[in-house]
Design a protein around this ligand. Structure first.
Ligand code: NAD
Ligand code: DAU
Length: 338
């Protein structure tokens, strides 16, 4: 892996024990075995070291909070590239309990930026934002120049972190690149998000709480494609720019649910229409021409990606059962969906 024609020796991954972060570490470890990877993660409810089992050599884990300036400064010593995945990420949790979203997704990003500024030797800081910062779009697509119009405490906090990162490029010249991916799915996704939630619920013959009339739409990007996009951004992205990572794989929530039930051979009677999410964005859609300019294209279509995802959950029953059987997970489900 190279940045500005020089080898990258050490990469720090904040939030590397979560869903996308752990897939990213696995890919870096496989593709660039000589690069040292430091996984810096607080291990919130969503962080899970089981996601990284089997990763050995040129890999270290530090349990730490991105809001802890002293710990971040120490971890950053000798790092050439920082990728920030660390965040509170679930919209429904942000509706019930927004405090941690502001503290991690805004203030935590500020702490990372300040540490990078003081460090002076970090050559790229890829900050992972989200397509949700644009808000909902009934027709057409958002480009990177579209105004930000977030709807939930989650997406508003992410918009804050996103623009704060940009401000450190403009004001201090930090080599910041911002990634705005669409909805991700795939192996190791915490079972609170739509696809793994419905797959694991259906496997237990539990009802699937579908919001509203199920017509809300999302663009589904397989996690491997996101990881490839972030690697492209490290090597070829232009500091100061934001990059949309879309998939052109738009589906309604009802279609996603139907496909999951079909793959699992479970009945449609498991679906329960429940009251809509407050402030529910109807549709996300991205123009991702800028990423095409870096040679990136998603390679996994939705039906194939969903099949691979369902197979992974079938094979890794112990992994998800240990999560869904926790008291805190059960109470999250009761609070939000029952
Ligand atoms: P996740 O919830 O699976 O993992 C988040 C990780 O961050 C966990 O390991 C958690 O322990 C860690 N973390 C949380 N707060 C922390 C803190 N204060 N200090 C250190 N570590 C902390 O999230 P994900 O789905 O893998 O998302 C990763 C990033 O990508 C997030 O920034 C999210 O906003 C963004 N994103 C996600 C999606 C998606 O569909 N999953 C799509 C677009 C963007
Ligand atoms: O678009 C990127 C974003 O995608 C990321 O930034 C977020 O971190 C990630 O959580 C995701 O946000 P969404 O709100 O789109 O994802 P979620 O899986 O929570 O919901 C997807 C859709 O499914 C949404 O329209 C709400 C609906 N839904 C979700 C759950 C969990 C249901 O109908 N029932 C459910 O039980």
């Amino acid at each position: 892996m190279q940045v500005d024609g020089r080898d990258v020796k050490r990469i720090m991954v904040a939030g590397g024990a979560g869903f996308i972060g752990s897939n990213f570490i696995r890919s870096v470890h496989r593709r660039f075995p000589a690069v040292d990877v430091l996984n810096y993660d607080k291990l919130t409810y969503a962080g899970n070291l089981e996601n990284l089992e089997g990763i050995e050599g040129h890999y270290a884990f530090v349990q730490g909070d991105i809001r802890d300036a002293a710990a971040v400064e120490k971890a950053l010593a000798g790092v050439d590239v920082l990728v920030n995945f660390a965040a509170e990420t679930h919209v429904d949790r942000s509706i019930h309990d927004p405090g941690d979203f502001i503290l991690t997704d805004v203030y935590g990003v500020f702490v990372l930026l300040e540490a990078v500024r003081r460090n002076g030797a970090v050559r790229r800081f890829v900050h992972v934002s989200t397509d949700e910062v644009y808000g909902s779009i009934a027709e057409g697509r958002f480009s990177e120049e579209s105004p930000l119009n977030p709807s939930s405490p989650y997406s508003a906090s992410k918009a804050g972190g996103d623009r704060l990162a940009y401000s450190y490029f403009r004001t201090f010249g930090l080599p910041v690149i911002i990634a705005r991916p669409a909805n991700n799915y795939g192996p190791y996704q915490y079972p609170e998000k739509l696809i793994p939630f419905f797959v694991t619920r259906a496997l237990q013959d539990f009802p699937l709480p579908l919001y509203g009339d199920g017509s809300n739409r999302r663009d589904w990007l397989f996690v491997e494609d996101t990881v490839a996009g972030i690697l492209a951004l490290i090597e070829k992205g232009e500091p100061g720019l934001a990059y949309n990572l879309g998939a052109d794989q738009e589906r309604s929530n009802s279609e996603v649910t139907r496909l999951i039930l079909e793959i699992l051979g479970k009945p449609g009677s498991l679906v329960r229409a429940v009251a809509d999410r407050r402030g529910h964005d109807f549709r996300y859609a991205l123009d991702w021409e800028r990423m095409k300019g870096l040679g990136w294209r998603p390679g996994v279509g939705f039906e194939e990606g969903l099949r691979r995802t369902v197979e992974w959950y079938l094979k890794h029953e112990g992994w998800w059962r240990r999560l869904v059987e926790k008291k805190a997970f059960r109470s999250h489900v009761r609070k939000n969906y029952e």
